[in-house]
Design a binder for this molecule. Structure first.
Ligand code: HEC
Ligand code: HEC
Length: 330
């Protein structure tokens, strides 16, 4: 028994040595816990995030498509919007989205505040208008009181609404992933299989695009760099924003934090499993065909990126009043 253990250790040792220089040299860095600047603003933002009255139907909230019980996504190929409309693109996670260089697959919103105004007025999502959403909130005295507490006066406008939602979203980070513990020096935090997967991920070149705190989110890159990506989804990527043909099929590199929870994958939601996504990435982005064993190792590593999920207590939303315009679900 002792012999086997020594032997195992002997086999593992050179691997972990070569794979584990000081964490500071690794292209991935641990997620830092969120610093809450204004708890009252975060609390208000949380209410708005969960409030379906920001939608025309009174049924769809941010949490409908970015469900915080499911890794901040809807786990659907593309989202379902107002009147069961089929969405055009996969819903990315809101977890750690504060770490991204811009918001949306094509980066058309510069930050979370700018992003949050989008879905409320999008006919295919919440299908409301900013002025109607603001009217609903104004008709509810408890909301007015909360806006006063947070912003110093009880004026409700879309700027304040999106600013509060963004403050809540900034708290949705996921520290303490097992991989982060490993980065910080706890060598037992990941298994030999997971470590081998990380070494493959790093040394094959995945880290050229998936790096930093979010393991992505830091650049726009071509989908189908070596081999073209075939899809029926009409999204143009970054070209839709810049109008530059060279940006066609450039998408924001998604974060791989919590990727175990955020299936299906890619902007069109076409990859159902992590194995598929890793295989496509290897071939299309790097010109590499991983063996099943290599793919399994990389997938095992990716699952070590699941961090502490935000422990969100469901807010109790203030009730509508006689003055609140009723929702129109049908
Ligand atoms: C009907 C489904 C739906 C609803 C409701 C919805 N979203 Fe989204 N959300 C999406 C989809 C789909 C995208 C990707 C759109 C794109 O990139 O073109 C997205 C993108 C985002 C992003 C960008 C993430 C990233 O990595 O780029 C954030 C942040 C976000 N939504 C937050 C919100 C907030 C806040 C609300 C509520 C005000 C909300 N969403 C409501 C479906 C939805
Ligand atoms: C040249 C840049 C680049 C390289 C190299 C790269 N990726 Fe990606 N990765 C992307 C982009 C861009 C996307 C989004 C593509 C899309 O949705 O159309 C993506 C998406 C993914 C996704 C899906 C995430 C999601 O939420 O949808 C996974 C998983 C992934 N990559 C893993 C890997 C692995 C593993 C490697 C190495 C084998 C790798 N990537 C190499 C740019 C890259």
């Amino acid at each position: 028994m002792k012999m086997t253990l020594t032997l195992l250790a002997g086999v593992l040792l050179p691997l972990s040595l070569s794979a584990a220089p000081a964490a500071a040299q690794e292209p991935i860095s641990p997620i830092r816990a969120a610093v809450v600047k204004s708890p009252a603003k975060v609390e208000l933002g949380k209410k708005l995030y969960f409030d379906p009255r920001l939608s025309k139907s009174g049924f769809i909230s941010c949490n409908s498509c970015h469900n915080l019980a499911m890794g901040g996504t809807d786990n659907l190929k593309t989202s379902i919007g107002d009147r069961w409309q089929q969405g055009p693109i996969n819903s990315p996670t809101v977890l750690n989205s504060s770490l991204s260089l811009a918001q949306f697959w094509d980066g058309r919103a510069k930050d979370l505040k700018e992003q949050a105004g989008g879905p409320i007025a999008n006919p295919g999502e919440m299908a409301f208008s900013h002025s109607l959403a603001v009217d609903v909130l104004r008709s509810i005295p408890q909301y007015r009181a909360e806006f006063r507490k947070v912003f110093g006066s009880d004026g409700v406008d879309i700027d304040r609404v999106t600013s509060a939602i963004a403050a809540f979203e900034e708290t949705l980070v996921t520290p303490n992933a097992r991989f982060d513990k490993w980065l910080k020096g706890d060598k037992k935090a990941i298994s030999a299989q997971e470590l081998a997967g990380y070494v493959l991920f790093r040394d094959s070149g995945c880290v050229a695009c998936h790096n930093g705190e979010a393991v992505g989110g830091a650049s726009f890159q071509k989908m189908g760099l070596i081999e073209p990506y075939q899809t029926r989804n009409p999204a143009l990527g970054r070209a839709a924003v810049t109008g530059n043909d060279a940006d066609r099929f450039n998408f924001k590199v998604p974060t791989l934090r919590n990727v175990e929870l955020t299936y299906p994958y890619f902007h069109d939601g076409e990859a159902q499993t992590l194995e598929q996504a890793v295989d496509v990435m290897g071939r299309l982005q790097l010109g590499k065909r991983f063996t099943d064993d290599e793919t399994a190792k990389i997938v095992a590593f990716l699952k070590t990126l699941t961090g502490d999920q935000p422990r969100v207590t469901l807010p109790v939303l203030p009730p509508s009043t006689n003055a609140t315009v009723p929702p129109k679900p049908f």
